[in-house]
Design a protein around this ligand. Sequence first.
Ligand code: ASP
Length: 424
Amino acid sequence: MKVFKFGGASVKDAASIKNVSAILTRFTGRKIIVVVSAMGKTTNKLEEIVGSLLAKDQKTFVGLVDELQQNHLEIAAGLFPDKHFHIFELLDDIFDDLRGQIQRNISDNHAFVYDQIVSLGELLSSQIVNAYLLDQGLNSQWLDARTVIRTDNKYQEGTVDWKKTALLCEQHVLPAFQQHDILLTQGFIGHTSEGFTTTLGREGSDYSAGILAYSCNATDVTIWKDVPGMLNADPKYFTDTRLLEHISFKEAIELSYYGASVIHPKTVQPLQQKNIPLYVKSFLDPEAKGTTISSSTSQDAKIPSFIVKKEQLLLTISSKDFSFIAEQHLSDIFQTLAQLQIPINIMQNSALNFSILVDRKKVKLESLRAALEATYQLRYNEGLELVTIRNYDQQTLEQMTKGKETIIEQRTRNTARLVLRYLE
Ligand code: ASP
């Protein structure tokens, strides 16, 4: 059994969904779990809908729901010429139910409310795609991911119960494959033991593919993207990017840790544990080779990879009484950063200072200052970028630092990390 994952861009309109069906037709007769994301930017729209619901802003809420419904209806109309096709009724029911939310009492647990509503994006897309596959004569069956993926009650970032999920896979997935070739399911969502919907964190559909592959013992996973595979740099910032044809699980985890955005960071871990290869391929050119991620490390160091994070903020924390920054201080500071959910990109300490580099957007400076104020002083530098080079050499280092001031440089044998500022 294979697992395929199609993201938002691959199901963003009727033509894209037809392309998904064409790709699946090439695999007729194979057993495939197909995981789909919400269509295009639906999840962002649903987040706005949750915002207006929590703010009890009925006018905005209704406007946004109407817009989203219109968008889904247009896509469905591009796939199913018969206006009476059952999918239209199903879509109406889902949207009527969503509209009714504004009349109901809303739970105080906003993360819970978020998950119950934002998960609709994947439910809608999976219903539409499945109906289209059936219409095209593919032997597909819609599978509610919530009957299979079990999580705890941590809404918006559910933690997977691996044992239970494997058991549920055995009960629901394996028997379904006796009658069907394709099980079409949703990425991003799971369920609690009480049956409530949870989500796995933004961009979590890749992770769903990894969870299902691990739990159902798939032979391989393919993530179909609008890029030719994993590239050694982001084409947004670099002109001559190269395809990484083959990298190891470890290298893929490293690259996604440093910020390479092609696959969700959590996806690879379960696959690595069971040695299930992961292919990243282009849905625009399904014949092309793409990237293979497997246990083999032989190709890892062949090509340098570049990962750039813009809009970085360098925070420098020092104690007010000029004492050394020692273990107790570090422990206090880390606790505060964890409480305020500030992820650290780089850290460095000296006798009197502890410096961390963070994404500008992820830190509320005033809250951090207030939390540290009693004991510490906080200074910061803005307008920096972080460049990570895997498998660097002297030439790549020079190339990346040209015309820039190096504020921090950290190197291991394989990885160079540079905090840079553009020279005026
Ligand atoms: N639809 C979700 C999101 O946009 C999950 C995903 O697409 O991976 O974050």
